[in-house]
Design a protein around this ligand. Structure first.
Ligand code: SAM
Length: 308
């Protein structure tokens, strides 16, 4: 577990695309000697320490994990003295000091799985009236997957042994999300292939339950093996991170949503998809995806994919 956590943070900190975008955003808004920063989910403290190096007056770091102790050591090692380390979940903080800038990198492979939406909705309490929130917007996208590589991996139950069938196990596997690297050559490339299914204003009054309906009309015969989910996140206007298969690589990967069987579509035939998610603190994360094509209808739900 401990190895896992340091590895989680090492991978994040090694992501130069991610780091550069956050540094650029901080540079844009910090007023040296004046800005007070709150970092929600501070991890190793990197974002707060960069803010401090850029001249922030004071930084408040909120972190639930043991990594807070590590961040204290890193501050000491670097002679950083204007940080307050608070071992608390931000939602449990009763009267937070108000900051000029609230920053939170609690983005997951599925954008909302680490509760960035809930964290930032609540974090408005931490912000001065004219304060700035980083990030500000998330857009979620989906594109059909034409390659069969991950589909075959999910269906591996078919090939275990010719004497035993694993239908119930396979059913569970189909009701899960897979974090994988999906490249542009793996996805449908017809016109309007990429659909936006959700848009989140982190400064607004958004709900943890998200829902989006999208449809495609095939421009050529295709076989669909699932769907690829990815996101774009505006840290500030004009400073955007993306997990698109076509974007520069980050430590985040794309998500594969399987279908139970290959869906063969002729030119002109339609495919529709409804995606629903719930990232409320008490749920954790749940995603459901309903697919309809001329050859059938399927309903997948992470709730059906659990084995305790
Ligand atoms: C993805 S890491 C990012 C760490 C660091 N901000 C960085 O950019 O390198 C998110 C961290 O936030 C913590 N976390 C998530 N939500 C939190 C919350 N609401 N309050 C305090 N800690 C939180 C997790 O324990 C984890 O260490």
């Amino acid at each position: 577990m401990l190895y896992f956590m340091i590895e989680f943070h090492r991978k994040m900190l090694a992501d130069s695309v991610r780091n550069a975008a956050f540094v650029k955003a901080l540079k844009k808004v910090i007023v040296p000697g004046k800005s007070v920063i709150t970092d929600i989910g501070s991890g190793t403290g990197y974002l707060a320490f960069i803010a401090s190096a850029l001249g922030a007056k004071e930084c408040y770091l909120y972190e639930t994990g043991d990594v807070l102790e590590l961040s204290k050591k890193i501050a000491q090692e670097n002679g950083i003295k204007n940080c307050h380390f608070i071992r608390k979940h931000s939602a449990t903080v009763k009267t937070p000091p108000r900051a000029d800038i609230v920053i939170s990198e609690t983005l997951g492979n599925f954008a909302l799985e680490e509760h960035i939406l809930e964290n930032l909705l609540d974090a408005k309490r931490f912000l001065k009236p004219e304060g700035v929130m980083i990030p500000q917007k998330i857009r979620q996208y989906v594109v059909p997957v034409t390659s069969d590589t991950i589909f075959r991996e999910v269906q591996a139950w078919n090939d275990v042994d010719e004497k035993i069938t694993f239908t119930a196990a396979k059913e569970m596997s189909v009701n899960n999300l897979y974090v994988r690297t999906i490249t542009p050559k793996d996805v449908y490339s017809g016109p309007d292939a990429i659909k936006k299914w959700d848009e989140i204003d982190l400064l607004g009054n958004e709900k943890s339950k998200r829902s989006g309906d999208v449809t495609w009309t095939m421009h050529a015969p295709e076989t669909i093996h699932g769907f690829c989910l990815f996101w774009e996140c505006d840290l500030l206007t004009g400073i955007t991170l993306s997990t698109s298969p076509a974007a520069p690589l980050t430590h985040w990967e794309q998500l594969f949503l399987p279908v139970p069987q290959p869906i063969k579509l002729r030119k002109g035939e339609g495919l529709s998809l409804k995606i629903q998610s719930d990232s409320s603190y008490n749920v954790g994360i749940n995603v459901r995806w309903d697919v309809e094509s001329p050859s059938g209808k399927w309903e997948m739900d992470m709730k059906k994919g659990h084995l305790n």
